[in-house]
Write a protein that binds this ligand. Structure first.
Ligand code: SGN
Ligand code: CA
Length: 571
């Protein structure tokens, strides 16, 4: 078993604190048993750090998520192991990289629920466990006392759930409904046992459908265009070869909701996107999906039509007159995307506030750890992209905020060396700057629960970092000191969005990636000089030494994590 270092974090009840103090002439009363901490783990789907104001305030204010950061810690160098939903969730549940937990990609993955997982270990350790919301691992959840999951990707409106095996439809907007179910579970849980609640939103996954009450939000806002929106991908063959373009790949109807009413009655013989018309978003469908009539109810449809009708009309006029074309049309698409995405985030933030309020009202804030994260990062137009998958920073990084019991800002120890990356974060005293990855979540949560961390878990507990301990004192599988590099491996190709398979290593300053399968391309970025990853310096004169060191580090990580790809690529 790995070293356990969580004993100190147990909440001490008022009574036991008094007893410990003792009093004159009276023997200390026996101590009350200490209560283990609860964990509320909130994970969104595709929530970019760029759209959390605690990280970046260019786009949106997220006061409820920010409050968690103010009352805890903000991780400024938090990453995933494989930037895709199912794989990320499997990494989080197992504490292992994709090749070890077996779920490498969404297309063919079926999670092997018989393996060791975080909820199982928590349950064995006396915890109540619940999984509510997006699951996306195909097989039935295991290790949970209660599970109530969205089917597949989940629906935005009136979503279908599977509750402990039984299919039910709940009326309402997904983010609200998932939160309702979570609060119900909290209300009805066994109050004598500690709990770990996994609350996983579908939002803000594509196609970014806002709640009816948020449709008009941010109408007057014009979002700043990223500097590299019109990236020409010069020197980056792998970056150029994709179907992630806001301009070239977003669908006007499915993604941007410019559906003609008259097309709404499609026939089963013709399921082109255009033929779906407005029923596409009313029913939250796309070609190939099973048709579930009435995904939106009449009231929801009416609210959408009232909002979109004038926009669609204007759009058609502007296209016909030539007013919307070229860069203007490209930027119009970006604005539409950003508006819907941010509206969906607003609802997430509001619902994070509801969970916080519940914990507060029920006296749980002092013995509950709250985690806020996403299953990966997301491109908000950087490189002209939406979606994720790449090892490029915006998709490789994921937000991570942890509020510790009691809500005092964490006094983070200063990281040994700077990690270069996005320069929008600024600096806060309660920032944790060390490299963390989603394989660390399982061991950290076990550590918080005071439970042993099995040897075969590949991640490391970052609880010591939350306690403000100097990373030099932390023992990791790499030896003394906190990890200095990260390993990444993405597998889903051929597939939607056409991002090639790749693996790579990220150090404090450099990111080296190898794209393989039907191409053989290397990309190397100096993140100090080039945080937006525009200049691939792989093979450039003067980079020989750093490239050699990075390749060695890559092999070391592939060996450490036992990824068979190392052999296949002849290192
Ligand atoms: C769906 C989306 C993709 C998205 C994947 C994976 N297409 O297939 O745009 O990349 O999910 O996302 S859609 O037409 O169905 O909306 S993930 O977050 O679940 O991995
Ligand atoms: Ca996702």
């Amino acid at each position: 078993m790995k070293e356990m270092n969580s004993k100190l974090l147990y909440a001490i009840t008022g009574a036991s604190a008094l007893a410990a103090a003792g009093s004159c002439g009276v023997k200390d009363a026996p101590k009350e048993p200490q209560k283990p901490l609860n964990i509320v783990y909130i994970m969104c789907d595709d929530h970019s750090y760029q759209t959390i104001s605690a990280y970046d305030n260019r786009f949106i204010e997220t006061p409820n998520i920010d409050r968690l950061a103010d009352e805890g810690a903000r991780f400024t160098n938090s990453f995933v192991a494989n930037s895709l939903s199912g794989p990320s969730r499997a990494c989080m549940l197992t504490g292992k990289h994709s090749h070890k937990n077996g779920f490498t990609n969404n297309e063919h993955g079926i999670f092997d629920g018989s393996q060791q997982t975080l909820p199982k270990l928590l349950r064995e350790g006396g915890y109540q466990t619940a999984m509510i919301g997006k699951w996306h691992l195909v097989s039935e959840p295991t290790g949970f006392d209660y599970w109530d999951i969205l089917t597949g990707q989940g629906d935005y409106y009136n979503p279908v759930f599977i509750r402990n095996g039984e299919q039910i439809v709940r009326e309402g907007y997904s983010t609200n409904v998932v939160t309702d179910v979570a609060l119900d579970w909290l209300e009805n849980r066994d109050p004598d046992k500690p709990f770990c609640l996994f609350l996983h939103h579908k939002a803000p996954h594509r196609s970014w459908m806002p709640d009816t009450c948020d449709l008009r939000l941010y109408d007057d806002i014009e979002y700043p265009l990223p500097d590299n929106f019109y990236d020409d991908y010069e020197g980056r063959v792998a970056g150029a070869n994709q179907e992630l373009g806001i301009v070239k790949d977003m669908n006007l109807i499915y993604d941007l909701k410019m559906a003609d009413k008259e097309n709404e009655f499609h026939t089963p013989d013709n399921v082109s996107l255009e033929n779906y018309g407005r029923s596409l978003y009313r029913r939250d469908l796309k070609p190939g999906d099973e048709i579930i009539p009435g995904r939106m109810n009449a009231e929801q449809q009416a609210a959408w039509d009232a909002y979109y009708d004038p926009i669609i009309e204007q759009f058609k006029k502007d296209i016909a007159s030539g007013e919307l074309s070229g860069d203007k049309l490209s930027e119009w698409k970006y604005q539409r995307y950003m508006h819907d995405y941010c509206r969906v985030i607003h609802s997430v933030d509001r619902n994070v506030g509801r969970v916080y309020d519940y914990l507060k009202e029920h006296g749980l804030l002092d013995n509950t750890v709250i985690v806020y994260t996403s299953d990966q990062g997301f491109f908000m137009g950087e490189h002209g992209y939406f979606d994720k998958r790449y090892m490029y920073e915006e998709s490789f990084r994921t937000p991570l905020i942890v509020r510790m019991p009691g809500g005092k800002p964490v006094k983070a120890a200063k990281a040994r060396t700077p990690v270069y990356g996005p320069d929008t974060y600024g600096h806060r005293p309660n920032d944790i700057d060390e490299f963390v990855q989603n394989i660390d979540y399982a061991p950290t949560i076990l550590d918080i629960a005071g439970l042993p961390i099995p040897e075969d878990i590949q991640g490391e507990s970052f609880l010591p970092l939350l306690r403000g301990e100097k990373p030099e004192k932390v023992q990791t599988s790499e030896g003394k000191g906190w990890r200095r590099s990260l390993y990444y491996h993405y597998y889903e190709y051929p597939a939607e969005h056409a991002v090639r398979r790749h693996y790579g290593v990220r150090t404090e300053r450099y990111s080296l990636m190898h794209f393989y399968n039907d191409i053989d391309e290397w990309e190397l970025f100096d993140l100090k000089e080039d945080p937006m990853e525009m200049h691939n310096i792989y093979g450039a004169p003067g980079t020989e030494k750093v490239t050699e060191e990075l390749r060695k580090e890559l092999v070391r990580l592939q060996t450490l994590y036992d990824d068979p790809i190392a052999e296949k690529n002849g290192f």
